[in-house]
Design a protein around this ligand. Structure first.
Ligand code: B12
Ligand code: SF4
Length: 565
């Protein structure tokens, strides 16, 4: 396979001079292991935080090692201290040992979601235990969202925290740390002064032109191991070589539960919450992945991929000849493009380019609540229209919904259920409203004191109830959502049996590696599709669920909830 040149970033020309030899400084970037519910699928893809920040560190000339703990310790699954949860990936001591053996001069830890934070802090602790003088910096979404003073007080092993994007800030920190040591010059940095006080520098502006960044540093990872494990964002893959990309940052929507939303970003003081790479940059990146890694499938993980019609049509037109199998497991907005004839044109082009499934996230079935409270700005009628167009193109449709918002009533939950039942989707996923730090929902739950007793800021997941529900008990909310996940998925599987069977067969073929108890993958393993009526009589038709429905629900509930009754 030919290895093309990696694209250099446009900022290469403006790299500042320093008084030391950057190539003699060994930098290690680590993605910690993760905490998850034991029923969740353990997914693994090259972590973009390390891929992009690593690329700019390399571009500046530093010596770089990247450790993805989830990848390297994929089979290392241990129970967590909290019931129902597991940890998976290399543990902190193994990571610290590798860092020591490498002779690192500086370590950067990336905390993508809140369930990685504690594992990140454990790594810092383990490093300081055996190498007390090595500086440790942490960055990523969770640590950007939480208060830095509190974080520094709780985690004495952290020397630096970088908030927001680290692509330029982290190399700037390295230059100052090894050079003039004027740490107050590094935007977005929180550091400790000589008295040990946490000093928060002004924020770094977001990078407006993403094309200035170099291509991700995939070559710093054991890519073959990812292909070997082969459980990316969507595990419904038909080839072992699946590429994952992100072509934009941020989102123009305002969902109240989301850290990425436009308003959350503006509230943090960010200058341009939504930015994209150009079509040309992305096409070259995809061609690079095909040439260098032989990818056959592509999963596009943007939060809002199809916002710019002209950009995405150019991308699809140009990648058509590559013959990739494509999906957007993180979802695309169902109401874009606004003009339905354009939407049909775009979907048709997506079909020609190799798309096989689309995923929409209406989230709620009550239009007023969706607009006025959740602030999604989505017209539910458009979801139905897009569902139909998607089917015209031969795509399968997956739909995401959320339940358990503060104050949400039985009637509102019923609206969501009714809308979901009226939607002609082929699979569904219902999750719980989840208060992630840095979101409007989090502020509301905090202000109303609605955190459940077992709420733990490092274990918040869409699959766990963290908000005290309004007019239903927590156990009943679990059971209701579990029921909807099973019932709607079972019914949906009868709608387009051939396409659906083909999709789930992909999971069945890999069942040793995938735990299909995950809420998103309830399916029937090729057996006669049960109706709700016979499902109630006999839950045993469910794949990986030999128990009756009631027993299985009870078991899941006990695992997750028993610490909070
Ligand atoms: C890809 C992805 C995943 C992948 C991650 C795989 C991987 N190895 O990376 C998978 C599928 C595993 C995943 C799972 C989950 N995810 Co997710 N995921 C994303 C997604 C779509 C993209 C993340 C990304 O790569 N962004 C691009 C990179 C470049 O951005 P970044 O990581 O933030 O890095 C930048 C900065 O943060 C900073 N930075 C990052 N690391 C470092 C390190 C240092 C040292 C420095 C200085 C700076 C720095 O610089 C980077 C470049 O600017 C985001 C949404 C989003 N847009 O971010 C959600 C998101 C991160 N996920 C989220 C959630 C909730 C989850 C789940 C918990 C959902 C669930 N099922 O409950 C699960 C976790 C399951 C588990 N416990 O295992 C939330 C996180 C909220 C939170 N506070 O926790 C997000 C924000 C989605 C959302 N809108 O709510 N996810
Ligand atoms: S559409 Fe998705 S990424 Fe955008 S604000 Fe809403 S939840 Fe967040």
């Amino acid at each position: 396979m030919k290895k093309p040149e990696l694209q250099k970033g446009l900022i290469e020309a403006s790299i500042p001079d320093v008084s030391f030899d950057r190539s003699a400084k060994k930098i290690v970037m680590v993605a910690p292991r993760a905490i998850a519910l034991e029923t969740q699928i353990r997914k693994t893809i090259p972590p973009f935080g390390l891929l992009t920040v690593g690329a700019t560190i390399e571009e500046r000339g530093y010596d770089l090692l990247c450790i993805d703990s989830v990848l390297e310790g994929f089979e290392h699954v241990v129970p967590d201290s909290h019931p129902g949860f597991i940890k998976y990936g290399l543990d902190e001591h193994d990571v610290a040992k590798r860092i020591q053996e490498y002779g690192a001069d500086f370590v950067g830890i990336s905390v993508l979601f809140s369930g990685m934070a504690e594992c990140g802090y454990d790594i810092a602790k383990a490093i300081k235990k055996i190498m007390p003088d090595i500086p440790v910096c942490i960055g990523g979404i969770h640590t950007t969202a939480v208060g830095k003073q509190e974080l520094f007080a709780e985690q004495p092993d952290l020397d630096f925290v970088i908030s927001g994007e680290g692509d330029i800030t982290f190399p700037d920190l390295l230059d100052e740390y090894f050079g003039e040591k004027n740490l107050e010059n590094v935007k977005g940095l929180t550091w400790r002064n000589d008295n040990g006080d946490a000093i928060e520098n002004p924020r770094q502006r977001l990078i407006e032109q993403l094309d200035v960044l170099p291509f991700p540093c995939w070559h710093k990872f054991d890519m073959e191991k990812y292909y070997d494990i082969n459980i990316p964002f969507s595990p419904f893959v038909s080839s072992p070589r699946v590429g994952t990309i992100i072509t934009s940052r941020g989102c123009p929507a305002n969902c109240n539960f989301c850290f990425i939303s436009w308003t959350a970003a503006k509230d943090r003081g960010d200058n341009k919450p939504y930015r994209t790479n150009s079509a040309d940059y992305i096409v070259k990146m995809i061609e690079y992945m095909v040439d260098a890694y032989g990818i056959k499938e592509l999963q596009i993980l943007d939060d809002s991929f199809t916002v710019d019609y002209h950009r995405v049509t150019e991308i699809f037109e140009r990648i058509k000849p590559l013959g990739l199998r494509i999906e957007f497991p993180n979802g695309i907005r169902a109401d874009l493009p606004r003009k339905v004839d354009r939407r049909r044109k775009l979907f048709n082009l997506m079909r020609e380019a190799g798309v096989w499934q689309v995923c929409f996230s209406p989230e709620h079935g009550n239009q007023d609540y969706l607009r006025d409270y959740i602030d999604k700005g989505m017209d539910l009628e458009q979801v139905k229209i897009s569902c139909d167009i998607a089917h015209e193109m031969g795509f399968l449709v997956h739909a995401n919904f959320i339940m358990g918002f503060p104050g949400e009533t039985k009637e509102l939950r019923k609206d969501t259920e009714d809308f979901a039942r009226s939607l002609d989707a082929d699979s569904f996923s219902f999750s719980f409203a989840t208060p992630f730090p840095g979101t409007a929902l989090y502020d509301e739950v905090k202000q109303k004191n609605l955190f459940t007793k077992d709420y733990n800021k490092n274990r918040v997941l869409f699959d766990k109830v963290n908000i005290i529900p309004h007019d239903i008990s927590i156990p009943d909310l679990y059971k209701h959502v579990e029921f909807l996940n099973r019932d709607l998925n079972e019914k949906a599987q009868g709608k387009r049996p051939e396409l659906t069977a083909k999709k789930y067969a992909l999971i069945d073929a890999r069942e040793n590696k995938i735990d299909t108890n995950d809420r998103k993958y309830h399916h029937t393993n090729g057996e006669v599709l049960p109706t709700t009526a016979n499902y109630f009589k006999d839950g045993s038709t469910l794949h990986s669920r030999p128990k009756s429905k009631e027993e299985a629900v009870e078991e899941q509930f006990n695992r997750v909830y028993k610490s909070d009754d």
